[in-house]
Design a protein around this ligand. Structure first.
Ligand SMILES: [Fe+2]
Ligand SMILES: [Fe+2]
Length: 431
């Protein structure tokens, strides 16, 4: 199938992300958007993090409410360790003597630090460390090993499995105090950084969406401005976008492409900004000279949509301080597609169109889809030189252009969707 081949070669937008991600990616480029978000946030986040960590370092009283778990199979050892821990001011602790229940207890209680005996029957402290290391919910709990052994191999193995410190048995409360404090401080920092990262992510997400929304608004304003003189409702561009998207969807183009095409097609006549009112609004037929002037709107549109890359390179990046940090980026897929549509939406399948007299598949597929959408909506609309045609008459005229004006395969997709098209026309027409 011809269209299948074209899809492979012409589609620049791929991916399985959400529609908003796809749109954003198309409009500003995902890397660019991420970069802007990151640049905006970096200054705030660094200072906030430093301040908070300093505060937390000095305010160790907060640590006293932390939860400490003590695990030892000997009840007397647990009792002694518990007594010392309480003496140090940590009243929120719990003890476990059955090593088979430790993992379950860790999940339930989520302690801020774990004092762990190594030599236990059935499930050893090393087994527990191994299980914790493999468990995303447990591996960040700081573990202090309680051991009577000074065996180097055992210590190294425990360190490999994520233990952060050791305490020799019998416990020395003076050694216990700084070790518990350090473990709890580490846990506190980690919790804080995790919370901060989540907040940061949320902020970036909000700003990214706001950026995307403002781009969409500007894009629609530009499209409406171009059509304002002969369509002050702005609905023509919206309908053309919807019809072009409908054809693309029926032809099997992927969702992200269809969504960007809908936006890009709205800009098909942006070049009319450069056409004089006497030509644009003239009732009746245009002279050859006037028609030649009118046809220039295709090239003007392409120039307008292609121009911003130079502007960014030459002006914003070099002369505007906030933008000077941004990396150079190429034209976004949206404006690239829109420029192509602006240039080619009046080309005809048989080669009799303008501005370049392209024919068949030499005309970019986005231009061929938009041509059908644009002509249909013009037929259905009142213009200075004509009344609106009925649905039947409009579809008949399109069919007459099958294989002459329009790509026959794409036109068939459009004609086969008549019920949906009529519903869209009724929904989006105010004139
Ligand atoms: Fe046009
Ligand atoms: Fe149009």
């Amino acid at each position: 199938m011809r269209l299948l081949d074209e899809r492979k070669s012409e589609l620049k937008l791929r991916g399985d992300g959400s529609s908003l991600d796809a749109l954003l990616s198309a409009i500003v480029g995902q890397a660019h958007a991420d970069y802007v978000g990151a640049v905006c946030e970096t200054a705030d986040s660094n200072s906030t993090t430093r301040v908070d960590l300093r505060e937390r370092t000095s305010n160790t009283a907060d640590l006293k409410s932390s939860r400490v778990m003590i695990v030892d199979d000997e009840p007397i050892n647990v009792k002694v360790a518990g007594k010392y821990v309480r003496m140090l001011g940590y009243s929120n602790f719990l003890t476990v003597t059955d090593s088979t229940k430790v993992i379950e207890a860790l999940h339930e209680e989520n302690p801020d630090a774990l004092l762990l005996d190594l030599m236990m029957p059935e499930v050893s402290g090393m087994d527990i460390l191994e299980t914790m290391r493999a468990d995303a919910n447990l591996k960040r709990i700081p573990v202090i090993i309680l051991t009577a052994s000074s065996d180097r191999g055992t210590r190294l193995r425990a360190l490999e499995l994520g233990a952060m410190d050791f305490l020799a048995k019998p416990l020395d409360p003076e050694e216990l105090a700084p070790r518990i404090r350090n473990a709890l401080l580490m846990r506190s920092y980690e919790n804080h950084l995790r919370d901060h990262a989540e907040t940061l992510e949320e902020t970036v997400r909000h700003r990214t969406y706001a950026l995307c929304a403002s781009r969409l608004e500007l894009l629609h304003c530009l499209a409406r401005a171009a059509e304002h003189r002969d369509d002050d409702t702005g609905k023509h561009v919206v309908r053309v976008g919807r019809y072009a998207a409908l054809i693309a969807r029926e032809a099997g183009f992927p969702g992200p492409y269809v969504e960007v095409l809908e936006l890009a097609a709205q800009l098909h006549d942006v070049g009319k900004i450069g056409i004089s009112d006497t030509v644009l609004l003239k009732p009746g037929r245009l002279t050859d000279g006037e028609r030649a002037l009118m046809e220039v709107h295709t090239q003007v549109g392409a120039d307008v949509l292609n121009a911003h890359v130079d502007m960014l390179d030459n002006s914003l990046i070099h002369h505007s301080e906030p933008w000077s940090v941004l990396p150079r980026f190429s034209q976004s897929p949206l404006t690239e597609l829109a420029a192509s549509i602006a240039l080619t939406h009046h080309e005809k399948w048989d080669g009799s169109g303008y501005p370049n007299g392209l024919s068949g598949t030499d005309i970019p597929v986005e231009g061929r889809m938009t041509a059908i959408a644009d002509v249909f909506d013009a037929l259905r609309s009142t213009r200075p030189y004509k009344e609106a045609f009925s649905f039947d008459h409009s579809f008949d005229i399109l069919f007459e252009g099958r294989g002459k004006h329009f790509d026959p395969e794409l036109l068939d997709y459009f004609l086969a969707s008549r019920r949906e098209i009529e519903a869209l026309d009724i929904e989006l027409r105010e004139d």
